[in-house]
Design a protein around this ligand. Structure first.
Ligand code: 5GP
Length: 181
């Protein structure tokens, strides 16, 4: 469990460091099994997926290569619009490769659905998604997510890579941000 008082602004811990670590191990095993002997590339979406990617890739025994994209989703406040701009593209060619997009959180799914269309148009053998957190109530578009760490309640959460104005990313647990809940 999390020792001591909660950091300022956090009202509740949803998933502890231990719960996250255990779930990461389970996801890593499933992905290793599903992609055995395949040319798998993990694609992380900066910056939120940094923690998930670091833990997931190290928990996998297949030692998959990792690449990164940074995108910016135009929107107002915490709502995304689905209009996306690539800030940093992949370094490698994904033609004929099995791509697994590693995400921190899927909310409306708008950013992700754009990303899947974009990656799909580059000739990958397959494009699937692993997200650590999902808000089912918020889904505005149907995005096929193959691996989900945890489903969330409809609250604004921070920690384990998820920020609010660049704060809280390095918390080892995921909690609810009090004034956004
Ligand atoms: P969407 O799926 O709505 O297109 O956008 C997902 C993005 O919205 C995430 O990458 C994240 O930056 C942000 N987001 C959505 N819900 C939350 C949340 O509860 N907490 C935090 N920190 N970011 C969120």
């Amino acid at each position: 469990m999390t020792a001591g008082p909660l950091p300022e602004g956090i009202s509740e811990v949803l998933f502890t460091r231990e719960q996250i670590a255990q779930r990461i191990g389970e996801l890593a095993k499933s992905i290793d099994d599903d992609y055995a002997d395949q040319d798998l590339l993990l694609v992380g979406v900066l910056k939120g997926a940094v923690m998930v990617m670091a833990d997931l890739s190290r928990a996998m025994v297949s030692d998959p290569p990792v690449d990164w994209m940074a995108v910016s989703s135009y929107g107002t406040g915490t709502r995304s619009s689905g209009v996306v701009r690539i800030l940093k593209d992949l370094d490698c060619d994904i033609t004929g490769r099995h791509v697994l997009v590693v995400e921190d959180i899927v909310d409306s799914g708008l950013t992700l659905s754009w990303l899947l269309r974009n990656l799909g148009s580059r000739g990958a053998a397959s494009v699937e998604v692993c997200t650590m957190f999902r808000k089912p109530g918020g889904a505005r578009v149907q995005v096929p997510v193959k691996y989900v760490g945890f489903d969330l309640p409809p609250a604004f959460v921070v920690g384990y890579g998820l920020d609010h104005a660049e704060r809280y990313r390095s918390l080892p647990f995921v909690g609810v941000l009090a004034d956004k809940g």
